[in-house]
Design a protein around this ligand. Sequence first.
Ligand SMILES: Cc1cc2nc3c(=O)[nH]c(=O)nc-3n(C[C@H](O)[C@H](O)[C@H](O)COP(=O)(O)OP(=O)(O)OC[C@H]3O[C@@H](n4cnc5c(N)ncnc54)[C@H](O)[C@@H]3O)c2cc1C
Length: 166
Amino acid sequence: MRLKMVIIIGAGLAGCEAAYQIAKNGIKVKLYEMKPKKYSPAHTNPNLAEIVCSNSFKSNLLTNACGLLKEELRNLDSLLIKTADEVKVPAGQALAVDREKFSESVTKKIKSMKNIEFIEEEIGDTIHLKDIIKDNIVVIATGPLTSDKLSKEIMELTRRRKNGIF
Ligand SMILES: Cc1cc2nc3c(=O)[nH]c(=O)nc-3n(C[C@H](O)[C@H](O)[C@H](O)COP(=O)(O)OP(=O)(O)OC[C@H]3O[C@@H](n4cnc5c(N)ncnc54)[C@H](O)[C@@H]3O)c2cc1C
């Protein structure tokens, strides 16, 4: 049976790349993002794929692992690397970006893809993980600052206790 739809939670760096790759292969994506209704303690920009700290993607040289990985991603049509190349700023042998332009451009591309339905909602608030994972493939891409409500639901689903013992 052909896969028809994938749900992605979190439209940060990982969620946007996943959504792009899945959608361009003809599969529908529902992409949930809690911004701008709710922000993590580190996020401030309403756009997607927000770079919260350093604007450097590190080396672009093919003689080290960081540069080689980026070249492989270019060959695989990575949305993030393609966009980073478009909005790069001078940084010697590193690939560094204008973070505002980067997020703006990724947002435009993601929101213009016909296979992506973008939904501004925090999973764990009115929509719950246990309900959406019943009949769907779900990618959780909410990063290191996953909201408390969703973290709690993930812990409940994986039956993880507070002390870390299953
Ligand atoms: C303060 C800080 C500094 C960092 N500095 C660096 C650095 O310099 N270099 C580096 O490589 N990495 C750094 N990191 C790690 C950085 O977070 C990752 O490199 C990158 O952002 C991870 O991408 P991601 O897509 O996994 O998560 P994110 O980019 O954080 O995206 C997650 C998205 O999910 C959304 N979200 C969260 N919970 C929910 C929910 N319940 N429902 C819907 N949406 C939700 C968020 O709003 C966010 O847009 C830093 C992280 C933090 C917190």
